[in-house]
Design a protein around this ligand. Structure first.
Ligand code: URA
Length: 410
């Protein structure tokens, strides 16, 4: 196959066959297709789009570029959820153990923070000793014992995606619905799932700014999942304000622990139950009861122990990772909170050091925000709107200026 001809055809709005897409991905993974040709093709896909058949072929080719997790024929149903990323989104930490309590297997492969959005792996890394890099036999062992495991992508899973994602990141080709669909789904399908729920976010703190764009991505993922034999369902959720009341790695683990013990913020618990109900065989009431009974909390502690983490640290995350400066931002006037902008808070948390500007940056687990007041609440002048955890006084003051720009009290 002549690669320039395929690139030209896509550039001119034509379609690629399944065979051609397989050839491209095989050649690219093996290093036989140079990055400049793959970059040109990715840009042609971004500008011209792909049909459902093409996206399914691309997803499948990327899925089989490496190894996949396989399970015994009599294994319980495998389920997972994927979020397109948000601020304060710690739902995975609660969902994996809760679904495992329901008799399902949850082989959750997660990612690191991207842009202003936090990553599950970075949150887990704040638990002393916790290992997110595990071999496939280890993953299988923990799943068979507990029903859930939370790990990073292994070197053997979807190598084509790893290579293509790195290229897209530097060639302006990230925001393409076919490429995003294939990238997300190939990694999830590599888990050997039966059911998947997708939490597609839209709003100021999400990659998809509008509900229409989120809907388009959701449709693409559901159709592609269906074409490849996985029942995928979608929850569209607003990301105009952070999820829950904390954003920042250790602060979010502390809040997840609170939720696992049945005392988490109402909006966080509501999202968790919605997402679990989409893939579970239990009713919402049963899931709430399971969460409040402490079973999911017990399961989470067992999973942390199985992955080398210090269980006794879970209830002391605030002491273990204590930022030197804890600064309260107070309301200047009384009224109703009408805006608590996720983007402003996400950007401030990133700049406090909770995220990365480049892949090699290290992360400060202690910094971030908590006690984030929710929109709709009546607040009096002098009450706390949000608390900033920072390394220095200057960093806290800079964060306050950024965050105040996104707060509205009327
Ligand atoms: N997350 C992924 O894994 N891939 C994308 O393309 C976008 C978000």
């Amino acid at each position: 196959m002549h690669l320039p001809t395929l690139i030209e055809r896509k550039r001119d709005g034509g379609s690629l066959t399944t065979e051609e897409i397989r050839h491209v991905i095989t050649a690219f993974t093996a290093g036989d297709m140079p990055e400049y040709q793959m970059s040109a093709l990715a840009m042609a896909i971004l500008l011209r789009g792909m049909s459902t058949e093409e996206v399914a072929a691309l997803t499948e080719a990327m899925l089989y570029s490496g190894s996949t997790l396989t399970w015994p024929a009599d294994a319980p149903m495998r389920v997972d959820k994927h979020s397109t990323g948000g601020i304060g989104d710690k739902t995975s930490l609660i969902i994996a153990p809760l679904l495992a309590c329901d008799g399902l297997w949850v082989p959750m492969i997660s990612g690191r923070g991207l842009g202003i959005t936090g990553g599950t792996l970075d949150k887990l890394d704040s638990i002393p000793g916790f290992r997110t890099q595990m071999s496939e036999p280890e993953i299988r062992r923990v799943i068979a014992k507990l029903g859930c495991v939370m790990v990073g992508q292994t070197a053997d899973i979807c190598p084509a995606d790893k290579k293509l994602y790195a290229l897209r990141d530097v060639t302006g080709t990230v925001p393409s619905i076919p490429l995003i669909t294939a990238s997300i789904l190939c990694k999830k399908l590599a888990e050997g799932l039966n059911r998947l729920v997708l939490d597609v976010k839209f709003g100021s703190g999400a990659f998809m700014k509008t509900e229409a764009a989120a809907h388009e991505l959701a449709q693409s993922m559901v159709q592609t999942g269906r074409a490849l034999g996985v029942r995928a369902s979608v929850r569209l959720s607003r990301m105009d304000e952070p999820t829950g009341e904390a954003a920042g790695n250790a602060l979010e683990v502390a809040e997840a622990v609170r939720c696992l013990k049945g005392g988490g913020p109402a909006d966080l618990e509501a999202i968790v139950i919605d997402l679990c109900a989409a893939v579970s065989i239990s009713s919402r009431e049963q899931l709430v009861e399971m969460l409040h009974s402490g079973k999911a909390w017990e399961k989470f502690q067992l999973m942390v122990a199985a992955q080398g983490g210090e269980v006794s640290a879970l209830e002391r995350m605030g002491e273990i990772h204590r930022a030197p400066v804890i600064h309260e931002v107070k309301a200047r006037t009384s009224g109703r909170i009408t805006q608590m902008d996720a983007r402003a808070i996400g950007q401030a948390v990133l700049e406090l050091g909770a995220g990365r500007a480049k892949a090699s940056d290290s992360i400060d687990y202690a910094v971030g925000c908590d006690q984030i007041a929710k929109t709709g609440r009546q607040i009096s002048a002098g009450e706390t709107l949000i608390r900033i955890h920072a390394r220095t006084k200057t960093a806290a003051e800079t964060a306050e200026v950024m965050i105040r720009q996104g707060i509205c009290v009327e």
